[in-house]
Design a protein around this ligand. Structure first.
Ligand SMILES: O=C(O)CCC(=O)N[C@@H](CCC(=O)O)C(=O)O
Ligand SMILES: [Zn+2]
Length: 319
């Protein structure tokens, strides 16, 4: 761990490999903001974007007025250029890393540490809390950039956050239907942070991302970090598409296989009754007309989520 100060106005602390905290010293911040990337090591565009933001802070092109923690989630997987080393880090939060029935490994140890850094970071009361967990998707999508909104029973999703992300170029929002063990769910559930998994295009190796496609996001994040007041773009109901997650398909048998090929984009819709996958001699079919599939992945351990099924729902209540 190390710390220092940039020109008397910003404190810099390194809490661990890939965990950096910047605190403005000239004014009392009103927000604590977490920007995480590299939770999956091969999802490089968000890592490059966060690197640009850190460089701008260090070179004093971006003068912080809010406190921010950057997390590069899985450094060993980033070096390997792989989604993970032993296990998917984004299935180990909300305490799952400590499951006594599973042997520990590098990802489980890292998830425990990241949870403790979140706890240390989100200590102040009376400040707003934000967590944007930045990813890219394995396959192409009918909505190039979209956000997963964690399940929040009894609390409506906020127009203000949807408007912020929409101004940042996010085209679609998936409202989750149940608790999960993802990073964004854990910060929403445990720290009441406005938290999202944000998907920013398709996975590419380092150096091959077109970061101009993330210019709007960069501009909104810079405003969030540098302005005294949280940016509040106007909400326009017709600017984004809202989806309700209607179910999660779990892989229960080793022979689980989808019927469509690996290039079928996320958000492709199916007709009711159309066969989506097979396992153990059984067909898994679309339960309703227009059901669309997101994050299909058969190459996962038994018992994990193989896909989310979503339906467009403009009537989702927002506050
Ligand atoms: O494209 C894919 O199949 C996966 C992209 C990705 O890493 N997505 C996240 C979503 C997390 C969430 O549901 O909030 C993940 O699968 O971990
Ligand atoms: Zn990811």
């Amino acid at each position: 761990a190390e710390q220092g100060v940039i020109a008397d106005h910003t404190q810099v602390e390194i809490w661990d490999s890939g965990v950096l905290v910047f605190t403005p010293l000239t004014a009392e911040p009103t927000s604590d903001i977490v920007l995480s990337s590299g939770i999956h090591g091969n999802e490089t565009a968000p890592i490059e974007l966060c690197n640009q933001l850190i460089r701008a802070i260090l070179q004093q092109h971006l003068l912080l007025r809010q406190r921010v923690m950057f997390i590069f989630g899985n450094p060993m997987a980033m070096i390997n250029g792989t989604r993970f080393v032993t296990e998917n880090l984004n299935r180990l939060f909300n305490g799952e890393h400590a499951n006594p029935n599973v042997l520990t490994n590098g990802e489980r140890a890292r998830a425990a540490k990241l949870e403790s850094y979140m706890q240390q970071f989100f200590t102040a009361t009376g400040r707003k809390r934000f967590h944007y967990d930045l990813h890219t998707a394995i396959r192409g999508s009918r909505h190039e950039r979209f956000a997963v909104c964690p399940y929040r029973p009894g609390k409506p999703h906020l127009k203000q956050q949807i408007a912020f992300l929409s101004a940042a170029g996010i085209e679609a929002f998936l409202m989750h239907h149940e608790p999960t063990t993802t990073f964004s769910y854990a910060s929403s559930a445990n720290y009441q942070a406005e938290a999202f998994t944000v998907e920013l295009g398709k996975v590419m190796p380092f150096g091959q991302n077109d970061l101009t496609r993330l210019a709007a996001l960069r501009a909104m994040l810079m405003a969030l970090l540098a302005e005294t007041a949280t940016p509040t773009p106007d909400f326009a109901a017709d600017k984004q598409v809202l989806y309700r997650v209607c179910r999660s398909i779990t892989k229960n048998f080793a022979d689980f296989a989808f019927t469509f090929d690996k290039d079928l984009p996320n958000f492709t819709q199916f007709a009711q009754g159309e066969v989506l996958a097979h396992e153990n001699g059984q067909a898994i079919v679309a339960e309703q007309e227009g059901e669309a599939i997101v994050f299909p992945n058969a190459q996962i351990p038994i018992g994990q989520r193989a896909a989310l099924c979503v339906v467009a729902d403009p009537g989702i209540p927002l506050a």
